[in-house]
Structure formats: C-alpha cells, structure tokens
Design a protein around this ligand. Structure first.
Ligand SMILES: Cc1cc2nc3c(=O)[nH]c(=O)nc-3n(C[C@H](O)[C@H](O)[C@H](O)COP(=O)(O)OP(=O)(O)OC[C@H]3O[C@@H](n4cnc5c(N)ncnc54)[C@H](O)[C@@H]3O)c2cc1C
Length: 511
C-alpha cells in the first residue's frame, strides 16, 4: 500500500497529560499525523480541573513554572507558541509561604534578593553559605537556560549543542550526577537551615535534599526568580485545553473516553493499541503518557517486562499519593496579604511521613473568577499511602475520609482562624480517587529513588527497550512537575521527529 493510502497514523499517544500533549503538539506542528487517546472526559490528567457549585478546582498542580517570557526554559510558553495558541497568566509574587517548626516563617519572594534577605534574617551566621548555595543553583539554571532543551538521546543535537555552548554543556555534565544535599552541606552547617533546604526540595520532589537531583533544583530555585511562577488565567486546566486547541488546529486529533487496554506488539515492535471497547488503531510510533508502572505492567503482555524496566523498578519506587481537600470558603476568612501557596509543617520529624507536610494553594487570590463572588478556593493536600485506604467497606471509607479531612481543617484553622465556620463547600479525594481518575497506579505522584542515586543519571529517557514504543511524562527524565513533563514532551517529540525523518513539516521517509 502506498504511504498516501496507508491508514496507519504516524504517532499514537496514550494519555493527554501535559507530557502527552506537548509531544502531540510538537509532532503535529511538524506535520505528523497524530492521535491522542485519553481515557477521561477532558484533557490534562494531574493538571486537569473539575467544577462544582460555581467553583473551578485544579485537580493537582497550581504552582506553575515554565510560563516565563525569556530564556529557553519557559517550556509551557514555547509549547503553546508552537501551535499558535496563547494563554494569559497572572504573576505570583511569592512562590511559597513556609510555616515551619521553631517559628520559621519564610516567604520565597519572586525578587531573589528579598528572599535571600528573609532567609539571612533567620540565619545571619550562614549568610555566606546561603548565598553560595543558591548561587550554585543559578549556575545550573544558567547552563540550562542557554541551550534548547531537546532529546539527550539524539547524538547530532548533543554535538551541535556542545559546539555552540561548550561551557554550558560541561556545566550540566558536572551537575548531572549531583544531589542537592551534597552541594548544600558544602556551604551550610546549621542543622535547621539544612532542614529548610530539605523542605525546599521536598515540596516538589517529595524527597529530601540528599535524594533530589541538582539539575531539577537548579531549575526550580532559580526560575522562580527569573521566569517566575505564573498562574494561568481561568485555572490550570486551561493549559491542556489550549494545547488541545493547538493540536487540532495543527491537524492532530484527540479522542476522549478512549481507554487503551493493550499496546499491540508485532515481531517485537509496538505497532498499535487496542481500546477497552475493542477498537484498534495502528501507528508507526506509540507513545505512552501513562506512568511506567501502568505502561509496563498493564498495557503490555504479562511477563514481558523488559529487563531494563525491571531494573528501573528496583531503582525507583512509587511516591505516595495524596489526600486532597477541595474547599470553598468565605473570602473574609483569609487575612489580607495571604499568599497563594503555603507549606505547613509542625515537626521536622514528620516532613516525609504520611499526613506530615501540608501543601496549600489558594488560586482565587490570583484569579478570583474561579469561585463565586465573595468566596475562595483552598486546595489542601498531604501525602497518603494507598495501602492505608484499601480493603474497607463504603461506610468505613467515608468515615475515614471525614476524619482525615477534619484533621487537615484543624491544622488549617491555626493559620486561617474561622475556616471551619466559613466553609461553603468541601470535597475530599483519597489515593483511591487519584488512582481512579488520573489513571495512575496507586495514585502515585511519580517515581522517587529507593536509595541515594547519582543525581538524574538513572532516570530513563523517552525510548524504551521495545522498538517503536516511547514513554513521556513524569516517569521519564527529568521527572515530576508541569515544566519537567513539558521538557520530556519536547524531548520525546524531537526523538520521534528524527526517527520518522520528519522535518520542515513533512514526513521524509516511512518505515
Ligand atoms: C496534588 C498534586 C499537586 C501537584 N502540584 C504541582 C504543582 O503545583 N506544580 C507542578 O508543576 N506540578 C505539580 N504536580 C505534578 C504535576 O501535576 C505532574 O507531574 C504532571 O501533571 C504529570 O503529567 P504527565 O504528563 O506525566 O501525566 P498525567 O498528568 O498523569 O496524565 C496522564 C494522562 O494519561 C491518561 N491515561 C493514563 N492511562 C491511560 C490509558 N490506558 N488510556 C488512555 N489514557 C490514559 C490519564 O487519564 C491522564 O490524563 C502536582 C500533582 C498532584 C497530584
């Protein structure tokens, strides 16, 4: 059959998280025939939304990096630009307001010097160490921010980038195997301050500084003061909606309620997928935006997990899921000058324990349109293990949810007195909810190292051991977070572009 009559698509993407959608839009913009298959009703996965009684809640993410206007690390801005769509954003002046043990009450201001001043005011004896540590994070960021972030699996790109930016590349090679804890201890001795660096990492990597790769920290600790944290007007769900709009404009397709149950393998190569309803689609390349656990244990034949995936599972484990409270509350409850994002921890010992660190986002402080007039949204979430939520009757489950929710509300009351009395709406999601609606095994937030690893060196890229099958999203390099999975999407699309011989908007050769 000639290529023009061949019904085989170029690329099928399983899942419409930001990783999947960035891959899809990048490929569609280059002329590939792309089909995204999404099991849920709307796109976005962990960066989706839901509406109840006039409130529009973000499912998960709401502290958004990657919407800056300059440099190369603003990957969400770039992904939208590539398919000619734009998204208004609202600048967040403070990344996080920390409420920590020993009355450590610190705001991470967007203005770098202000943040340093706050921190140095608590630890004046560590001024030099603080400056040196964060300056080193800037070095990582400056390297990243001077090169195009594409596939590290593409040798010609690596060579070209090295020739154009030799110092930046050497800098990144140096930091790739390093973790934050080692760098921090080089400059800082104060135990409380090291614990602060731990939570600075934990609140997005969900592991302490010793296990957090320096590359990721360089990105977060510098970009928050450079491109900044910017909230998408209309809610986080807008990012996926806009990417879908761009995908369709560029000729790509997306189908909802299309749950892939099988990746079809012929002669050892991934050639298509089968849906729960039995429909079959074929493509030259298959990309899974499901987690690696879901991809290799549920979508492929049992007992056929490639050896390197088994090894990966021995190196990384699933991080816990979350208990999430989506709250509607009278606006009067929040004091003036309340910030959008808070981290609450009463005892350092509990930082990584279930129900230890409490994450809080109040996006209506940036975009009031997300709630009825006179009300705010509060999304409060804390780590929880799915094992603690299994095997119980429906009534036991409801009772446990209610008890856990009130424990969180009691903690919030200490920061926002009157919250209980001002409650207008409350919905509670558990690890079971995350597993069910986000299609993520055990509702996991993503992979975390089982033991201390050499930085990001062990994190897999997009190609897999199965020819024709790629992974994208938070279980590929460089990990969790919207800007990180967008990086993974750029890299995945780049590798497929080369593998399919796509350039200048045309498919040059077919295999
Ligand atoms: C509570 C919470 C708070 C967070 N806060 C932040 C934050 O503030 N900032 C930040 O940057 N990040 C945050 N994150 C992390 C961020 O949301 C994720 O890292 C990122 O969204 C993951 O994107 P992804 O593309 O890997 O996949 P996902 O978002 O998991 O999307 C995968 C998609 O694939 C679909 N799918 C799965 N299996 C199938 C199948 N078999 N067939 C068809 N479709 C399938 C799913 O339905 C889903 O839509 C948060 C996450 C959570 C849970």
């Amino acid at each position: 059959m000639s290529p023009s009559l061949n019904p085989i698509l170029d690329v099928i993407i399983i899942g419409s998280g930001i990783g999947g959608l960035v891959t899809a839009t990048q490929l569609a913009a280059k002329g590939a025939q792309v089909l995204v298959l999404e099991s849920y009703l709307i796109p976005g996965g962990s960066s989706g939304y839901f509406e109840r009684q006039g409130y529009r809640f973000d499912v998960g993410a709401s502290m958004i990096f990657g919407f800056g206007e300059k440099g190369t690390t603003n990957l969400l801005t770039r992904a939208l630009d590539a398919v000619n769509v734009t998204q208004e954003t609202i600048t967040d002046p403070v990344q996080i307001h920390y409420h920590l043990p020993n009355k450590l009450n610190i705001k991470v201001e967007r203005a770098y010097n202000k943040f340093l001043q706050h921190l140095i005011a608590y630890f004046p004896h560590e001024e030099i160490g603080i400056r040196r540590f964060y300056d080193e994070c800037w070095k990582v960021f400056n390297c990243l921010n001077s090169i195009d972030l594409l596939s590290l699996e593409e040798p010609r790109y690596l060579l070209r980038t090295f020739l154009q930016h030799p110092l930046a590349c050497l800098g990144l090679v140096k930091y790739l195997p390093q973790n934050v804890g080692d760098v921090a201890r080089r400059y800082i001795k104060d135990i409380q301050l090291l614990k602060f660096i731990d939570i600075e990492c934990y609140c997005w990597s969900v592991v302490k500084a010793d296990m957090t790769p320096m590359i990721n920290a360089g990105m977060v600790f510098a970009d928050r003061h450079y491109g900044g944290v910017n909230y998408p007007q209309g809610g986080v769900g807008q990012i996926a909606q806009k990417l879908v709009e761009g995908l369709e404009k560029a000729g790509g397709q997306i189908k909802y309620q299309a749950r892939v149950t099988k990746i079809l393998i012929e002669k050892g190569k991934a050639v298509g997928v089968q849906l729960a309803g039995g429909q079959v689609y074929h493509a030259k390349r298959i990309v899974s935006n499901a987690t690696r656990w879901d991809t290799f244990t549920k979508l492929l034949p049992v007992g056929k997990i490639p050896a390197n995936e088994k090894k990966w599972q021995q190196t990384y484990k699933k991080s816990p899921s979350f208990l999430s409270l989506h709250i509607g509350v009278a606006a009067a409850v929040l004091p003036r000058s309340t910030e959008c994002h808070h981290i609450i921890l009463e005892d350092w010992e509990n930082m990584t324990a279930p129900a230890g660190t409490l994450f809080v986002s109040i996006p209506t402080l940036l975009d009031p349109e997300l709630a009825p007039e006179g009300y705010h949204i509060i999304h409060a979430f804390t780590p929880q293990l799915i094992d603690d939520w299994r095997e119980m009757s429906a009534s036991e489950y409801e009772a446990k949810k209610e008890a856990a929710a009130w424990q969180i509300i009691d903690r919030l009351e200490k920061i926002f007195p009157g919250l209980d009395a001002g409650l207008d709406y409350l919905e509670v999601g558990t690890p079971r909810t995350h597993q069910r609606f986000l299609g993520r095994e055990d509702g996991t937030y993503g992979p975390i190292p089982r033991r201390k690893l050499p930085g990001l060196l062990k994190m897999p890229f997009n190609r897999t051991a199965i020819p024709g099958l790629y992974c994208v999203g938070d279980s590929t390099f460089p990990g969790q977070g919207l800007n990180a999975v967008a990086f993974s999407g750029f890299a995945c699309a780049h590798r497929i572009t080369v593998d399919l011989g796509l350039s200048n908007g045309k498919c040059q050769h077919l295999d």
